[in-house]
Design a protein around this ligand. Structure first.
Ligand code: CTP
Length: 408
């Protein structure tokens, strides 16, 4: 894999030398790109000696028959920025392109991993938090800093993650890149709206952010994605979108898309009940609502599923979270249930972050601590990919054992 290792000017630049060595040792072609400030911390010769390529001089140099500021980004399979100073994060978020590193970041379509490193005061500044949120929203992966010794004898949050952590994260990320290629993933998102009359609806607090993040992540990993959504959020690029309003609309859209799909992720908060007889004219006074249950779309999918199809359900709970989710997993007959405790701070409805436990029908339990919904999406899809692979193995084993029996 071709990796651009961007190094910016912080004391953690000395740890970037170790990141470089580990990436080269893992068999990758590494081109270090140093900002002017980085050159004040670590010599170019150190990186040139360790890396596969010499350190390019700058924006105007010719590189592999082209110009460095476009070639490097175009040809990269992965870009890692370690350390990423507050300045580099701000320039990247603003789309600036006046040095080789920032230009490479604008050109590349490869996954980008940033490893922030700075003093605690800077790390805690809202400007840095907002720049990181912008980058995360655009799909940039962040390896958060740790607490510990900083430059100048200070201590606190902002120390760059350890090289081993950075390398493991970066390589796991690139392994994900095409792992859903050739599959069709259907994702539902948002809370449904059930009409009482032409003016009023029964709905819930779901924003659709987690479902949209899953659709975006699946597309980035090479899947064909159908997103059935009731959310007003801008849908991710490159996915087929079906807009729906009610549980009945969602049922119809999922029924149309699911039969051929390899994976169905029901992240939508489908209403469990709806007014039995919505009226055509606006109601006046205090109405008496008679409710009826909606069909359980997910349970229906499980009953009709074809061999090898992976089904994922969601559960939003406020107490006995894991026990309830385990019972839901069994009751609905799905492969995975993603549960969150929506009463916890920063978790669930309308937040950009989430904290979930992913329960598998095979007894597996994966806990994802508070992180962006996009990163939660990737961990969920890791679990899906593992099941698709084992399903494929099961199918292959069944086929092989049939053939063996014939040959006997
Ligand atoms: N779901 C569905 N169809 C419905 C309701 C829910 O497909 N009519 C799906 C959701 O998309 C989600 C999962 O089922 O993936 C969670 O459903 P939930 O409403 O929590 O489950 P219930 O069986 O209604 O359990 P509870 O008693 O907690 O309400």
């Amino acid at each position: 894999m071709r990796i651009v290792l961007g190094v910016s000017g912080g004391i953690a630049a000395y740890k970037a030398v170790e990141v470089c060595r580990r990436l080269v040792d893992a068999g990758h072609q590494v081109t270090p790109v140093l900002t002017d400030a980085a050159r004040r911390f670590v010599g170019e010769a150190t990186f040139s000696a360790l890396a596969s390529d010499p350190v390019p001089e700058g924006l105007w140099q010719r590189w592999e028959g082209g110009i460095a500021h476009t070639r490097l980004g175009q040809r990269a399979d992965l870009v890692v920025i370690a350390p990423a100073t507050a300045d580099v994060l701000a320039r990247y978020a603003a789309g600036m392109a006046d040095d080789l590193l920032s230009a490479t970041l604008l050109v590349t379509r490869a996954p980008v991993v940033v490893c922030p490193a700075m003093h605690t005061e800077m790390w805690e500044h809202p400007a840095v938090a907002e720049n990181l949120a912008t980058l995360r929203r655009r799909g940039v992966h962040v390896v958060p800093p740790e607490s510990g010794k900083l430059a100048g004898g200070d201590e606190g949050a902002g120390r760059m993650a350890e090289p081993a952590t950075i390398v493991a994260t970066a390589l796991a990320l690139s392994a994900r890149r095409h792992d859903l290629a050739g599959t069709h993933v259907v994702v539902s998102a948002g809370g449904t709206r059930e009409a009482i009359d032409p003016v009023r609806v029964i709905t819930n607090r779901s924003s659709g952010k987690q479902g949209h993040a899953i659709a975006e992540a699946a597309a980035a990993r090479g899947a064909r994605v159908t997103l059935v959504t009731s959310s007003a959020l801008e849908p991710p690029a490159g996915v087929e979108v079906v807009h729906v309003e009610s549980a009945a609309d969602m049922h119809a859209a999922i029924a149309a898309a699911a039969p051929g799909a390899d994976v169905v992720v029901m992240a939508a908060a489908v209403a469990d009940f709806r007014p039995k007889a919505p009226v055509a004219q606006k109601l006046h006074g205090l109405p008496e609502l008679v409710l009826e249950p909606t069909p359980d779309i997910l349970a229906g999918l499980a009953e009709a599923r074809r061999p090898g199809q992976v089904l994922v359900g969601f559960a939003a709970e406020t107490q006995d979270v894991v026990d309830r989710a385990r019972r839901k997993l069994e009751r609905k007959g799905v492969d995975l249930v993603v549960v969150n405790d929506v009463s916890a701070p920063g978790v669930g409805f309308d937040h950009d972050t989430n904290e979930v436990t992913i329960l598998g029908a095979d007894g597996s339990v994966v806990v994802v601590p508070l992180t962006s919904k996009r990163q939660v999406a990737d961990v969920i899809l890791d679990q899906v990919v593992a099941r698709l692979r084992s399903g494929a193995t099961d199918a292959r084993d069944a086929r092989d054992s049939k053939r063996d029996t014939k040959e006997d």
